[in-house]
Design a protein around this ligand. Sequence first.
Ligand code: ZN
Length: 497
Amino acid sequence: MRKAFLSLVLIAALGPALRSAKAPAPVYVTLWFDTEDYLLPQDDDATKRLAEMLSRLGVPATFKIVGEKARVLERRRRSDVIAALKRHDIGYHSNTHSQQPTIAVYLQNAGWEDGRAEFKRREQPGVDDIKRIFGVTPIAYGQPGSAWAPQTYPALRDMGIKIYLDEADQVGLDDQPFYYGGMLNIFRMRSTLVRMALNGGSSLTEGQAAFDKVHAALTARGGGTVSIYYHPNEWVQSEFWDAVNFRRGANPPPGEWKPPRMRPAAETEQAFADFEQFVRFIKAKDGVRFVTATELGKLYADRALGRDFSRADLLTIARAVQKDFDFLKGDAYALSGADMFALLTDAAAAVVEARTFPAALRLTTVDGPAQPFVLSTGQLRSSAFSWDAFGSAVRDTAAFCRVHGRMPDEIWVGAENLSPVEYLATLGDVVEQFLTTGKVPVSVDRTSSRITTERYVAEDSPKLWGWIIFPEGFHAPRVMELARLQAWTLKPALLDR
Ligand SMILES: [Zn+2]
């Protein structure tokens, strides 16, 4: 009896420890390198050495490569560097990086569609060169410096690039991966971003302590992702290759490009030694796994896609959009405001057509509006619409989404326009009535609510655009206005467990 009692006490005491020893919260570490210096040949060697070191350690990384860097490797006949890189994930880091005008500068006055086309016109050649030289479509993209812009997202999707992998402050969600612009983003990771300094001395111990702190925080949250980034040139240069040449809007011709100052060889060796120890330290942690961008795409796959939405799901969505909302987060999937807009519109369009919900309702993702809402002129401002008028607007909206792949800026009910959120709240009321009574209302009441995802988008200010390559005082209010409109597409990325 006494013995049995003791065993029970032991099991009770050890239970949680045994369980956590069995399955620690998964912490994924994504290590990425902006591979960009096309001036110094020493950067080619540093790149190769890093890629080979990581292969030897069994650590897959993502190398985001500048188009011009890829061409330079080809011209210098560095097939050895290319081969070493090909053992990792290949990403894209713009065509010419810091040559003026940089991406946010040339998109500062652009709209949605023209900005998308312009980014594609300028960047497609770099993607094509990466494909030709590395034999793969880059899996991820990240902007040079903080030269971010929302129009890049649809253009990147057009070019077959699936993941946004970088770090800056324009948009983010709880310092973890999220969906925005129809892509998985590992961006604005802030508290879950770790960088060990490459300065020798206490760099390694401080880097290890910084990793442990983030690891503990993510474990307490039940797991998550750590982002770690470097540039191969950091191992060999004491100043950045582009700051030397393109600082504050400078744009010298190639003949006048100056090489950056080099680090002493001993410093470079120490930085490589410390980095190897840092990577080994992380790899040895229980429950920690290094993952590439490709693996993140699978771990954080959008499980709202391919799902059959039931009437119960639709009712939840219809109710959610009648109050202030940002996104809908369940255990299995998450929906952005744009997702809910598309689902309710498609469901209601089917009701208009056939008086019944579609048997299997699937999500077709759409981008946010392209312009802020402007109320139509004239005296009309109805508090209710006939079902015929509203149902016709629903069908029209479904057609618009199919044709343009985005939400409309305004929804016309006869000669009156509704803002997208006003339309969605009104539609939520209609769908709820249909689902609970089996009938569409004779008269549709104008309903209002608010989408609050703009709070995840930064305010425009010169500080947000602090990259040394931008002209002094540069800022981009139009870019951030479009960023807020695209916040319709924001939602958390849920880890597949
Ligand atoms: Zn860069």
